[in-house]
Write a protein that binds this ligand. Sequence first.
Ligand code: HEM
Length: 226
Amino acid sequence: MPDTAKFRIASRLALTTVILMFGLIIIGSIVRTTGSGLACPDWPLCQGRLIPPLQFNVLIEWFHRLVALLVSLMLFVTVVWVLAHAPLRARLGGLAGLAIVLLLAQILLGALTVWKLLDPGVVGGHLGVALLLFSTMLTLALAAAQQAESGRSSCGRGPPACSRSSRSPRSWRTGSACSAAWWRRATRASRAATGPPATANGSRRSGDWWVSRWRTAGSPTVSRCC
Ligand code: HEM
């Protein structure tokens, strides 16, 4: 699978998590404003049961927990997807790591909210970490989408399937996936546009120019895309 597709999947997974988390934050505020925070006085069960009695406040708090579980699973899948693929790990691994740490902190704060009987400091922390987590996942979704888009828009111009692992000019030259036809076309077009630089006596130092083109082709900015 090309790297662009991997980035696109990461972006969609993260965006789905962000949308679900947006809903969860609204449900959290409903829990608070309806005074349902202690309708389930225990955790992880609710009134000692997996499925609690069907009462208004209990259902609101229980639904918050249920959606939190769904969000946690989606976030976990997103993080695993990012960490399992080297190009994604290299660019998004920090955000994915931060997201998983914040999620664990948030679940702990959720439990403490109940165990500490809605201590204002804990509830404030729960809200603060929710916002941090939301921002982190949104950044991850946007960064992944941007990577997918930049890869897509330059892949027509770059060699197919050149990833970060094939950055060096040597691997470009020998890698089966990197097309020699593309290389010839790209350098011919680029040369036509700029041409080799003239020396002081007016002659063309095309040997130097080719070397510099070769180096540029191996640079991360050019080879990053495909
Ligand atoms: C990704 C996970 C979670 C997110 C993003 C989240 C988010 C929120 C938000 C934004 C609020 C409203 C806070 C406020 O208005 O001050 C809230 C309230 C609450 N959350 Fe969570 N939550 C999560 C997981 C959990 C978990 C696992 C529990 C477990 C018990 C929990 C228990 C509560 C309780 C009891 C309240 C009501 C606090 C009150 O009434 O003062 N949350 N949550």
